[in-house]
Design a protein around this ligand. Structure first.
Ligand code: CUK
Ligand code: CUA
Ligand code: CA
Length: 640
């Protein structure tokens, strides 16, 4: 009997005295979460004792004036909807990239360029992003794109890393709540894989609300990363949570916590095991190429059925590997050998050998558990695992409020029956960690320098800010044998995940190129009006539509006055002809809800109704010059 089977049989194995508790019941998880970390036994640390222990941490994270960070960090902004760029190890916020939110400073959600990216979904003013991931070539960051999910409105966005702006957004059809998202690593990021989490009836037109119905299911999705269009969808059993991809380009894996297809908490915890579903990407591609697909609910996206048949037989596209219980994170080790699923309601992680998957798909291995090569017991509430590239894994324990460092090879030997203590260290974190992420861990270059632990609660760690507390992103030095906490980083609601790349792997531009596709459509509209944006300052009337073209150069606009009629639809297009790095201008039309950024050599445009007769000042919102306050103009609105 291995540990898991012992657990499932209700016995609590205590290997090497490290196990704190055995299998977790419903009451235990609810109670433990409510009680918080320190009530769970073990040494009770105080904030002060941590401060004392970490007093020499300063030298490790201090990035002095004029010095640069070693790493770019990209943080999801959670249900705030943006992506944040941090420097690591300073943990200083460098930039925010609005994506699924509306941003007053840059005009994201207000400008015509951003509305084109948002498309139909511009009607949603909220988003909930969890999983930022960087594009790769041959399993290494290539500095091109970052992709991120929106759980709230079922979207996926792409950010161009050269300009650090979102340039594409796709709404995934036939689905609700895109959650897990990972990228193809090898040979390059051809697909963005993303999980629709919730099971819904198909078509979802009110004809049925029964989740157990055969036509109620959810979908695994592949998006063409370059075109940002849907490539294919796969119908699955159960639901889908997190995902990852291997280093051959062949297999993607996803966790499922609701194999029960239940609608309630008790129901979703009924089974002792849910599963990891593995997708055979070449087989799916081949079927689609051969025309063996369906369209779902009238949407023109190829869909294949990855469910087990009524006879219990596997589809050619998928295998379901039972793992305990309500698994959450799914993380590929950087050596490409393993998918590791995090047990959440089981104190275990399940190690799946990727090199056994060929045999599973060819049915040489009949029992899908035959690809499981380890199931270490780690502690309570394992959520996510990350890697240092030296053979160690780091798993967050939500309920224990710890990160556990363990040795993968030793955990595999222990599963084979050997007496070996695979657990190397448990470090208290503050408090209740979700994701953790080691530097470059999702690539072949995993370098084992820094570990960020995204704690869901900060409690007493910061000056109080009212009932709403910040989250606490803790920075841990993992370059030595021991994990050492070196920094507490408060963050606004709520980064679920982050990624870190070496600073040389990201090469952003310092000023815009005039032929950038980001504003190409605006340039095309101007060309139709016979406007040369870099030089012309002109008002074009087109019925009730008025297009105002002007340049900006510190500290003046090309037009300091223009006249329109009450009720006109006004489009202001500004081209910043400053060539100097960092001289960004803004444009705000007072009392019209109009604001936008125009960085050096950028063209931006915004459309509004001149709904009030009279004189209306506009001004530059970015402090650009000693005479920035004087960088103003007037819109004169004549009565119609
Ligand atoms: S999830 Cu939030 S802690 Cu959306 Cu990746 Cu696990
Ligand atoms: Cu231009 Cu301030
Ligand atoms: Ca379950």
């Amino acid at each position: 009997m291995n540990d898991t089977e012992a657990n499932n049989a209700g016995q609590t194995p205590e290997p090497e005295g490290l196990s704190r508790r055995g299998f977790l019941g419903t009451g235990a998880i609810t109670g433990a979460v409510l009680a918080g970390a320190t009530a769970l036994g073990g040494t009770v640390f105080t904030r002060e004792s941590f401060a004392a222990a970490a007093k020499d941490a300063k030298s490790k994270v201090h990035v002095g004036p004029g010095e640069l960070d070693q790493y770019y960090g990209f943080w999801s902004g959670g249900h705030q909807g943006e992506v944040r760029v941090l420097g690591v190890p300073s943990m200083r916020e460098l930039m925010r990239i609005p994506v699924f939110n509306v941003d007053s400073a840059t005009g994201w959600g207000l400008t015509n360029e951003s509305k084109r990216v948002l498309g139909e979904s511009a009607k949603y003013l909220n988003g909930d992003c969890h999983h930022p991931h960087l594009s790769t070539t041959d399993g290494r960051y290539d500095g091109k794109y970052l992709f991120i999910n929106d759980k709230a409105n079922t979207r996926v966005a792409r950010i161009r890393l050269d300009i650090m702006k979102c340039d594409k957004i796709v709404t995934v059809p036939n689905a609700q709540a895109i959650h897990g998202l990972r990228l193809q690593k090898v040979p390059y990021t051809k697909y963005v894989f993303c999980n629709a989490e919730f099971i819904i009836p198909h078509p979802n037109d009110g004809h049925s609300f029964d989740l157990q119905d055969k036509n109620s299911f959810t979908l695994f999705n592949a998006i063409d990363a370059e075109k940002m269009e849907m490539a294919f969808q796969v119908i699955v059993d159960g639901n889908l949570d997190n995902a990852d991809m291997d280093y051959t380009g062949k297999y993607a894996a996803a966790t499922c916590y609701n194999s029960e297809k239940a609608s309630d908490l008790g129901g979703m915890m009924r089974n002792e095991r849910d599963w990891v579903v593995v997708f055979n990407i070449p087989r799916i591609e081949a079927a689609i190429k051969a025309g063996k697909f369906i369209n779902l609910d009238g949407v023109k996206v190829p869909v294949v059925d990855g469910r087990k048949g009524d006879d219990g037989k596997d589809s050619e596209f998928t295998r379901y590997i039972p793992v305990p219980k309500n698994p959450h994170g799914c993380n590929t080790s950087p050596d490409g050998k393993y998918f590791i699923a995090n047990g959440k309601l089981s104190p275990t992680c399940t190690i799946i050998a990727i090199d056994k998957l060929d045999d599973l798909f060819s049915d040489k291995i009949k029992d899908p558990r035959g690809v499981v090569v380890g199931e270490p017991e780690l502690g309570l509430g394992p959520l996510h695992t990350t890697y240092d590239g030296r053979g160690f894994a780091y798993t967050t324990l939500f309920i224990d409020s710890q990160v556990v460092k363990w040795n993968i090879a030793e955990a595999i030997r222990a599963y084979g029956g050997e007496k070996v203590n695979y657990i190397k260290q448990k470090l208290d974190v503050h408090y209740q960690p979700g994701h953790n992420h080691a530097s470059l861990t999702e690539t072949r270059d995993a370098d084992g320098q820094w570990l960020v632990v995204l704690s869901k609660f900060s409690k007493d760690r910061f000056l109080p800010t009212g009932p709403l507390h910040p989250e606490n992103d803790q920075l841990i030095d993992i370059s030595g044998d021991e994990m050492k906490l070196v920094h507490d980083g408060p963050t606004f609601a709520e980064p679920h995940d982050c990624v870190m790349a070496r600073r040389d792997q990201i090469q952003p531009k310092k000023i815009w190129e005039r032929d950038d596709p980001y504003f190409a459509e605006t340039v095309a509209i101007a060309a139709k009006d016979g406007i040369k944006l870099e030089t012309d300052n002109k008002v074009i009337r087109d019925g009730k539509k008025v297009r105002v073209y002007m340049t900006s150069m510190a500290p003046t606009y090309g037009l300091t006055e223009f006249t329109v009629k009450h009720g006109d639809e006004v489009t202001v297009t500004i081209t910043n002809i400053d060539q100097i790095e960092d001289v960004t201008h803004g444009f705000v039309m007072t009392n019209h809800g109009v604001s936008m950024e125009i960085s050096p050599q950028q063209t931006s445009s915004i459309t509004f109704i001149a709904d009030k007769p009279g004189l209306h000042w506009y001004y530059c919102s970015w402090f650009c010059h000693a005479l920035h306050m004087e960088m103003v103009g007037r819109m004169l609105v004549e009565p119609a």
